[in-house]
Structure formats: C-alpha cells, structure tokens
Design a protein around this ligand. Structure first.
Ligand code: FPP
Length: 253
C-alpha cells in the first residue's frame, strides 16, 4: 500500500477520483519561520523545505495528478541576503540532480518556469540536463518556478506576441487567450485547478497571475517544512466540495 493509500484508509476517506484536480500549484511559504522558530539559520528551513518538496511530489504522483507547480524562487527573492540566495541556488541545483533516479522510478518529468538566463550558469546547465533526461517520462510534471514572476512572464509573452505581429506572422486580432497561453513559461500545462499557500498569508505574491484566473484557493497556517501528504489530501477534499462556476450561474444541486 502506498503512503497516500494508507492515509486515505486511516482517515476513512474516499476521494472522488472523477473530481480530482489535474494541476495543483503551491506557494511554499514559511521555511524561514520554521528555522528561526527553532533557533536555526534560515537556510536550514529551506533544506527542510526541500524534504517536503520530495514527499509532496511523490504524493502528487500517487494521487495521479498531471502537474504540480512549486514556487521555489521568485524574481523578488534576489532581494534576500546574498548567503541565503546562494544557499537556495545551491540547494535547488543539488536537489534536481539527486532526484533524477526517483523521477525515473515514478515516471516524473521535470519542467522549470522562469527567466532562466539570469540564474547561475551551473544551475542553468543542470536544468537543461535534468529536463532533457526526464523529458520522455509521461507521468506527473513537476514544474519548478525559479526566478519566476507573473508580471514578468506576461510582459515577455506580450513582447513575443508583438514581435510575431510586427513580423506579419499573426494578425493582432488572432492573438487569442489560447495563443497567448502558448507563449507563457507554463505552455503545455493546464491552468492550476487549485492554488495552495502555506504559512497563512493571504496573497498571491506575483505567482501565475494569468493561469490562476479560475483556480480555487486553499490557505493553511502550516509552515511548508511541516506540510504533509495528509495536508495535501485535506486541500483536495476541500476542493472537491467547491462548485466551480467559471463565471456562470450554476443550478442548486
Ligand atoms: C518561502 O519561505 C520559501 C522560499 C522563498 C523558497 C522555497 C524553497 C524551498 C521549499 C526549498 C528548495 C526547493 C526545491 C525545489 C529544491 P520563506 O523563506 O519566505 O519563509 P518565511 O516567510 O517564514 O521567512
């Protein structure tokens, strides 16, 4: 029995397999608070956060999700102390390399969303290698948002669309939502059905601004390093109670 199946059995939960979210996005917040609350350096909170990334990625896989997008480093995170930024970059790079065998075992494909050319060269090389090495895997897509900013992503896509129009490749009127989505870092992924934020803050922090237009939101006080597969299941259970209206009027059940 897998970890997820055990949790479902212990809690007596029957998930509605027809109503599963396809794509969950997570703002992983609270690593710093987790560490400082224990008198540890903040970087140790990120190391612990990485262990949660592992557990939750594999739980998402067992749950049969198509995609899991994790906010690992925002365009605003460069404003943190240099030691913390360096520690995060090194951790992300090492984590990516270390996870390759488990990604193959679980048929996970790694994808990275963000402005990658501004990352350290060695991390760019690792991203290129690991995304290529896992590109044939057909199960869960783990999409790491690194040097990611929602406004920046939209701006870059708008510039690209303008270039296509100026080159006469497309009429401005043909720039549809679908076409525009295809110019975003997340092209090819469905929009997230569910956006989870840990550590209690009630904001979206420049994350997936275009893609979360109709996502359901779920916020927990739990700090990211303490977030467990059972919390992910709670979020999905809550999601399954929601009525998604997409702006329409929905008849009472
Ligand atoms: C927010 O917590 C978290 C981050 C800015 C980094 C997220 C990184 C990880 C979870 C670890 C590495 C990830 C991978 C993919 C290997 P915070 O530091 O803002 O916490 P605070 O609000 O309590 O200070």
């Amino acid at each position: 029995m897998t970890g997820v199946e055990q949790i479902l059995k212990d809690k007596g939960i029957i998930l509605n397999r027809e109503g599963m979210p396809r794509h969950i996005a997570i703002i992983m917040d609270g690593n710093g608070r987790w560490a400082t609350g224990r008198g540890m350096p903040r970087a140790l909170g990120h190391t612990q956060g990485y262990l949660t990334v592992r557990t939750i990625s594999h739980a998402a896989c067992e749950l049969g999700l198509d995609a899991l997008t994790l906010y690992a480093f925002s365009t605003e995170n460069w404003r943190r102390p240099k030691e913390e930024v360096d520690a995060l970059m090194a951790l992300i790079e090492k984590a990516m390399r270390d996870e390759v065998p488990s990604y193959h075992r679980d048929n996970i494909r790694l994808m990275v969303s963000g402005c990658l050319q501004e990352l350290p060269q060695s991390l760019q090389n690792t991203i290129a290698e690991v995304t290529r090495e896992t590109s044939k895997n057909t199960g869960l897509v783990v999409n790491l948002a690194i040097n990611y900013g929602g406004r920046r992503e939209i701006l870059e896509a708008a510039r690209e669309a303008a270039k296509h129009a100026c080159a006469g490749e497309i009429e401005p009127a043909e720039i549809t939502e679908e076409y525009f989505s295809g110019l975003l870092y997340t092209r090819g992924l469905p929009d997230p059905d569910l956006l989870i934020r840990t550590a209690g803050e009630l904001r979206v922090s420049n994350f997936l601004l275009w893609q979360i237009a109709y996502s359901e939101l779920w916020v927990t006080e739990t700090l990211w390093p303490d977030f467990e597969p059972a919390d992910l299941i709670d979020a999905i259970m809550d999601y399954q109670k929601r009525t998604r209206k997409f702006g329409k009027v929905v008849q009472a059940k």
